[in-house]
Design a protein around this ligand. Structure first.
Ligand code: GLU
Length: 293
C-alpha cells in the first residue's frame, strides 16, 4: 500500500444516484490506481437534512458495485469533539469570532450597503460582528477571511482561484442551531483521517478555497484535489437528490458503473463480471491520468 489515502464522503440525505456514483467510482479508481487506501465517511453533520437509514443504504449500494472501503466507515455525527477542538483553536487564535446576526440582520445590513445581491442564494456576510458583539447574543461562529486571492491546482480543472473575502465573506463554522458547518467538519476529518487525495464532484470545487484557508489557519496539510464531471438532469441542472434523481437500480450494478465510467470519459468493455470490469476500469483510469503506481 502506498501513502495515498482517499475517501468518498456522501451526505446521507438519500440513496446514491447516478451523479453520486460518479464521485464514488472516481475516488475508488484513483485510490486503486495509486495503490492506496479508500475510505468512506458518512457526512451526517447536518442532522436535519439526513434521512434515517440512508447511510446503510449507501453502503449497501457501494458494496453492490464492488466499492468496499478498506477501513470501517466513520460518521461525522460522532465526531463533534474534534470539530469543537478545532473551533476552539481558531477562536483562541482570533481566526474565528462569534456572530449575533440573523439572516434578516444580514439582509438589512447588505441592503444598507447597497450590496444585497446574493451569490448562489448565499449572502456575503458584511462583517457586522467582526469587531465584537456589542452586547448582542452570539448565535453562530464565523471564520475571519483575510483579503487576497486563494490559488490552487485542480488535477482535472487546472489552475483555480477565488477571492474568498469578496466572493463568500466570513463564512460560518458553527451554525446558530449548534451544528458544525460542512467546511469545518470536512477539513478536520480529511486531516484526521490522513487524506492525501480528494476526488469529488465538480459542484464542490467552489468550496475548496475556503477549505484551504481553514487548513492554513489550523496548520493542517492540503490534499491534492480532483473534481469530477457532473451528471446533468433533464432540466440541464446537476442531478441531485433535491431535483428528484432516481436511486441507483442495483439489479444491474454493471450498467450503473458503465454509465458512471462514461461520465468520467472511460470506455470499458462491458461484457465481463464485476471484478474484471473494475480492474479494467482501474487500468483505464490510470492510463487517462498517466498514473504509474
Ligand atoms: N458530503 C458532501 C456531499 O455529499 C461531499 C463532501 C466532500 O467530498 O468534500 O456533497
Amino acid at each position: 500500500m502506498s501513502a495515498y489515502r482517499g475517501r468518498f464522503a456522501p451526505s446521507p440525505t438519500g440513496p446514491l444516484h447516478a451523479g453520486s456514483l460518479v464521485a464514488a467510482l472516481a475516488s475508488w479508481l484513483d485510490a486503486r490506481a495509486q495503490g492506496g487506501t479508500w475510505l468512506v465517511r458518512i457526512e451526517d453533520v447536518d442532522r436535519p437534512r439526513c434521512v434515517p437509514g440512508a447511510d446503510e443504504e449507501i453502503l449497501r449500494q457501494l458494496a453492490a458495485c464492488g466499492l468496499v472501503p478498506d477501513e470501517e466507515p466513520v460518521w461525522q455525527s460522532q465526531r463533534d469533539g474534534l470539530y469543537q477542538a478545532a473551533l476552539d483553536r481558531l477562536a483562541a487564535a482570533g481566526d474565528a469570532y462569534p456572530c449575533a446576526c440573523s439572516r434578516k440582520d444580514i439582509e438589512e445590513a447588505l441592503r444598507a450597503l447597497g450590496r444585497e445581491r446574493p451569490r448562489h442564494g448565499e449572502l456575503v456576510y458584511p462583517g457586522t460582528c467582526r469587531g465584537g458583539l456589542h452586547g448582542r447574543t452570539a448565535r453562530a461562529w464565523r471564520f475571519r477571511v483575510a483579503p487576497g486571492v486563494v490559488q490552487w491546482q485542480d488535477r482535472r480543472l487546472g489552475p483555480q482561484q477565488q477571492f474568498v473575502a469578496e466572493a463568500v465573506g466570513d463564512f460560518v463554522l458553527q451554525r446558530a442551531d449548534g451544528l458544525f458547518a460542512y467546511q469545518l467538519a470536512v477539513v478536520v476529518d480529511d486531516a484526521d483521517q490522513g487524506i492525501t487525495h480528494v476526488v469529488r464532484g465538480e459542484d464542490l470545487a467552489d468550496n475548496t478555497a475556503r477549505q484551504l484557508l481553514l487548513q492554513g489557519a489550523l496548520g493542517l496539510p492540503t490534499p491534492a484535489y480532483l473534481h469530477t464531471p457532473l451528471v446533468l438532469g433533464a432540466n440541464g441542472e446537476k442531478l441531485s437528490k433535491q431535483n428528484g434523481a432516481a436511486p441507483l437500480d442495483l439489479r444491474d450494478p454493471l450498467a450503473a458503473l458503465q454509465s458512471a465510467a462514461a461520465t468520467l470519459g472511460l470506455t470499458i468493455p462491458g461484457e465481463q463480471a464485476l471484478a474484471g470490469w473494475l480492474s479494467s476500469a482501474v487500468e483505464a483510469w490510470a492510463a487517462q491520468w498517466t498514473i504509474t503506481a
